[in-house]
Design a protein around this ligand. Structure first.
Ligand code: MG
Length: 388
């Protein structure tokens, strides 16, 4: 089936090439030979890259100082589109698995404009999962198509790039002194902070933050609360402390308890680990108040845009999230989150070796660049190839 479809695409591309290269006028020796018409082919290349974190990152008892990513590039007709797969270890993809996937991707039978849906279906037909690898191709493709169209995606989608929620800035679990120091760094730059909770130190963390600032707080329990009644008590306590939303309070499969918690909760409750792709959204209506869309979970901008539309049509709230990422993936996310309820787009602000220029932090909001595509420029000398 897959092979037949590929053969079909190859043969239709071959026919199209034949039609274009067959002269429709008689050859005349006195006339300059027509230039050979050879439609350009998309070329995909990549490189692994390690992001250096400004602070040791700790969630649920495990720490790291780097995040591996794979950067991708699609060249076509003199233009270059950039993409990124960010690979936090707990999600299962690695630089090796992404490169293995990208080696199987043959974009030469496609043209980019008007074919994003078809190309994303093709990526899904290669293998299941691999959502970050697929996102790298999706983002590079959007960057390329936007450059062909000469417009940034927020304009193609008809969005106001300034009509966006404040981004949260994540404060990792740490001792009180380090927590206070991180918050002092954030003051004046951010209008809302995000706190990782879900453990025995939740109240201590919130109190430590409150000793420094009264800024609104988002909390992410990362499935850490196991008992619905205790979770509800904690949410009421946190509301009194200026918390404004809760992300993934309980284990991702525990939808019955989460639905009852959401119903009784005085704060909106967002799905993160419980939602990955478009096909997950509908069953979460009535379970969560809203969903957290992340490009690395949902295969990129194309599906993220559909998830946003579906969630709104179901009356759900939507937030845009991220992994630790360069300004490449953050700029991609910045194109499509206008009008959303919350944003967690601090990924590129947490690293010391960002290799792209793109979206910027302005008055606590991540603002999309004006350049076409996703609006990024390489800021370091990065070599892309088709090797491991
Ligand atoms: Mg989360």
């Amino acid at each position: 089936m897959k092979q037949n479809r590929r053969q079909f695409l190859r043969s239709s591309a071959a026919l199209a090439t034949l039609a274009l290269t067959t002269p429709s006028f008689p050859a005349m020796t006195s006339v300059k030979k027509p230039a050979k018409i050879s439609p350009d082919k998309m070329k995909l290349s990549w490189t692994p890259y390690d992001l250096q974190l400004n602070h040791t990152f700790t969630i649920s008892g495990f720490s790291r100082t780097t995040t591996p990513v794979v950067l991708a590039k699609i060249e076509y007709d003199g233009l270059e589109g950039y993409g990124e797969a960010s690979l936090p270890p707990y999600l299962g993809e690695t630089q090796a698995s992404v490169i293995d996937f990208l080696k199987k991707v043959d974009l030469s039978v496609f043209t980019p404009s008007g074919h994003i849906e078809e190309i994303m279906s093709y990526l899904d037909s290669i293998a299941e999962g691999n959502t970050a690898a697929k996102a790298a191709v999706d983002i590079a493709l959007h960057d390329l198509v936007g450059k062909i169209e000469g417009a940034p995606w927020y304009k193609i989608w008809g969005l106001d790039k300034y009509n966006v929620p404040d981004t949260t800035f994540t404060i990792g679990i740490d001792n009180d002194e380090v927590v206070r120091e991180k918050i002092r760094e954030a003051l004046g730059r951010f209008n809302i902070l995000k706190v990782k909770v879900g453990g025995p130190d939740d109240k201590r963390m919130i109190e430590a933050i409150r000793s420094v600032t009264g800024l609104p707080l988002a909390v992410d329990a990362n499935q850490g609360w196991k008992d619905r009644h205790e979770a509800l008590d904690m949410i009421f306590w946190m509301k009194e402390k200026g918390v404004v939303m809760v992300e993934q309070p309980m284990p991702k499969q525990d939808l019955d308890n989460i639905a009852r918690l959401t119903e009784e909760s005085p704060l909106p409750v967002f799905a993160d680990e419980s939602v990955q792709r478009l096909s997950d959204v509908e069953r979460l209506k009535g379970v969560f108040s809203g969903i957290n869309i992340k490009l690395m979970k949902c295969t990129g901008m194309h599906e993220a845009w559909k998830m946003r539309g579906l969630a709104y049509s179901l009356g759900m709230k939507v937030m845009m999230g991220c992994m630790t990422e360069t300004s490449c993936a953050i700029s991609a996310a910045s194109q499509l989150y206008a009008g959303m309820d919350f944003a967690d787009l601090d990924g590129a602000l947490l690293i010391g070796n960002d290799c792209f220029e793109g979206a910027t932090l302005e008055n606590g909001k991540i603002i999309a660049p004006d350049r076409p595509g996703i609006g990024v420029k390489l800021s370091r000398d990065i070599r892309f190839s088709r090797e491991g």
